[in-house]
Design a protein around this ligand. Structure first.
Ligand code: BTN
Length: 325
């Protein structure tokens, strides 16, 4: 799509009202004939745009395209997504973002793909990434924190995903330690944080975010370890992927700006409130055997789960499976 056509999308009012041709031509610095050409191009790309003499243009419906002009038109960010790479297909957006970051890509660079042929999950698992239905997104960050503090950013992205689900659906997401986002106990999003660092400094962190938006039961692999779902399956309504992506990136931008200013405390507070174990008893198991049980007591700055055992002592859990009991 021509960048100017993409820029027109930005000018449609959020309340679905009209924008005049004169306003568009003034804002974009192009003639009224050029405006008309761009409107025609948008219609060709699947946008339904009403044109009414003396009132202007009104955006009636948008197609579900994950194109950078479309996502950018809804971004209200200072850092995240200033550079936005949208790909039809890639091995993994994390691999692509890592490569760009090694080549010097600026903080906030985002890679989004329509499909991944080798989507990566945690612990070397595969992240199922069919075409055209979900969000597969990776963000390059260059925070000045110590490498052991990098998990804080995965917690931050879990909060951004939860906020975006709340903003775009009527569903109530919960976060499960370390970083799964759940709807009624089923996994709807996963996060994979990868990093390039030296002993005492981070070169960059890649936040990998996968959200099951419009996936249907038949598109999930048969051998899932835990129950999984999508926003469509839980709400019955399709989610416009570009809208979800921009809402989530807007939230990520706000949270990250706050993180740079105030540190981890605000994210940690919100993460704990949103955690499925908040105020509950939990049991943690590793390789099938229970290792500790007690009261959920939050997370620490390294991302460890804190559990207060029956003697009142706080145990730090670095890995394992947490069940709410
Ligand atoms: C998990 O196992 O829960 C983490 C899944 C992370 C998936 C996302 S999709 C976008 C990014 N690219 C990848 O290859 N993985 C992450």
């Amino acid at each position: 799509m021509h960048p100017k056509a993409g820029n027109i999308l930005r000018l449609f009012p959020e309340d679905n009202g009209f924008v005049s041709g004169e306003h568009i031509s003034r804002e974009l610095g192009v003639s009224r004939t050029a405006v008309w050409k761009h409107i025609t191009a948008l219609r060709g790309a699947g946008y339904m745009i009403e044109a009414v003499p003396s009132r202007g243009y009104r955006l009636v419906t948008s197609p579900d395209l994950l194109e950078s002009e479309v996502v950018k038109s809804k971004l209200r960010t200072g850092r995240i997504g200033q550079r936005l790479v949208c790909l039809k297909r890639t091995l993994s957006t994390n691999v692509e973002a890592f490569r760009l970051a090694e080549d010097g890509a600026a903080e906030g660079t985002v890679v989004i793909a329509d499909a991944q042929s080798a989507g990566k999950g945690r612990r070397g698992r595969v992240w199922s990434s069919p075409c055209g239905v979900n969000l597969y997104c990776s963000v390059v960050l260059r925070p000045q924190i110590m490498p052991h503090e990098a998990p804080q950013l995965t917690f931050l992205s879990a909060v951004a995903v939860a906020r975006a689900i709340e903003a775009t659906t009527a569903l109530k997401p919960e976060i499960k330690w370390p970083n799964d986002v759940l709807i009624v106990g089923k996994k709807v999003a996963g996060l994979l944080n990868e990093m390039s660092s030296e002993t005492d400094r981070i070169n960059f962190v890649i936040l990998g975010i996968g959200v099951n938006l419009n996936m249907t039961t038949d598109q999930f692999p048969d051998d899932l370890r835990h129950p999984a779902t999508s926003l469509l399956m839980e709400s019955g309504s399709r989610v416009v992927r570009s809208s979800f992506a921009s809402v989530m990136l807007n939230e990520l931008d706000k949270l990250y700006a706050d993180f740079l200013l105030s540190g981890f405390a605000p994210v940690r507070r919100e993460w704990q409130q949103r955690c499925n174990a908040n105020g509950r008893q939990v049991a943690v198991s590793d390789a099938g055997a229970d290792v500790v049980s007690g009261m959920f007591a939050g997370i620490d700055g390294d991302g460890a789960l804190l559990v207060q055992n029956d003697e009142g002592r706080i145990e730090r859990i670095l890995s394992g499976d947490v069940r709410v009991v």
